[in-house]
Design a protein around this ligand. Structure first.
Ligand SMILES: Nc1nc2c(c(=O)[nH]1)N[C@H]1C(S)=C(S)[C@@H](COP(=O)(O)O)O[C@H]1N2
Ligand SMILES: [Mo]
Length: 162
């Protein structure tokens, strides 16, 4: 490569660097499907919502992990998206919540399991682990009380109500 071309390439990389870094940092997840107002949440939006910290211990391929996670309840996010779009009796008890990771990994919850007046499980979308922001690792579903880590979906990109 000629000197001038090389310089131009460096200039472009230097100019784009911060944008590329910012994009990687800008994880966002969408609440979609059968909700009244489908919505996207980025870190800034999540941090404005009521936060909870849970202590969990789960088994996975890397052995037992003990961590504290901070984030927002899945129920709160559904609520911010206008709630489940269904006026039938027992609407809170008849829908699926499909949580999908960037790699396509899927876990399904039920509304009755997380509805505060029913199962009330504090399923969280965490943005912080052991005091450190998850950052590029994205948001993580955390299911307190589960023995194994299978439902703790990493890098959640969509939460879809069906
Ligand atoms: N997106 C995504 N999340 C995932 C998985 C996966 O393959 N993809 N594996 C699950 C399984 S089976 C376990 S045991 C835990 C492992 O958690 P760790 O990655 O913190 O060790 O992540 C869960 N979350
Ligand atoms: Mo696992």
């Amino acid at each position: 490569m000629r000197g001038a071309h090389r310089l131009l390439l460096y200039a472009v990389l230097i100019a784009l660097g911060p944008a590329i870094a910012a994009a990687a940092d800008q994880a966002s997840l969408s609440i979609e499907g059968r909700v009244k107002q489908p919505q996207r949440f980025d870190l800034e939006a999540l941090r404005k919502l009521p936060a909870e910290t849970v202590q969990v211990s789960f088994e996975g391929e890397r052995g037992t992990q003990n961590s504290s996670f901070t984030g927002v309840r899945v129920w709160t996010l559904l609520d911010k998206a206008g709630g489940i779009d269904d006026s039938a009796k027992g609407a809170e008890l008849r829908h699926l919540i499909k949580v999908t990771g960037r790699d396509g990994y899927v876990v399904v919850l039920s509304t009755g399991e997380i509805a505060p007046e029913f199962g009330g499980k504090p399923a969280l979308i965490a943005y912080q682990r052991d005091g450190a922001m998850l950052g590029e690792a994205g948001f993580r579903l955390v299911m307190p009380g589960d023995k194994r880590g299978g439902r703790n979906v990493r890098d959640v990109v969509t939460i879809a109500a069906e």
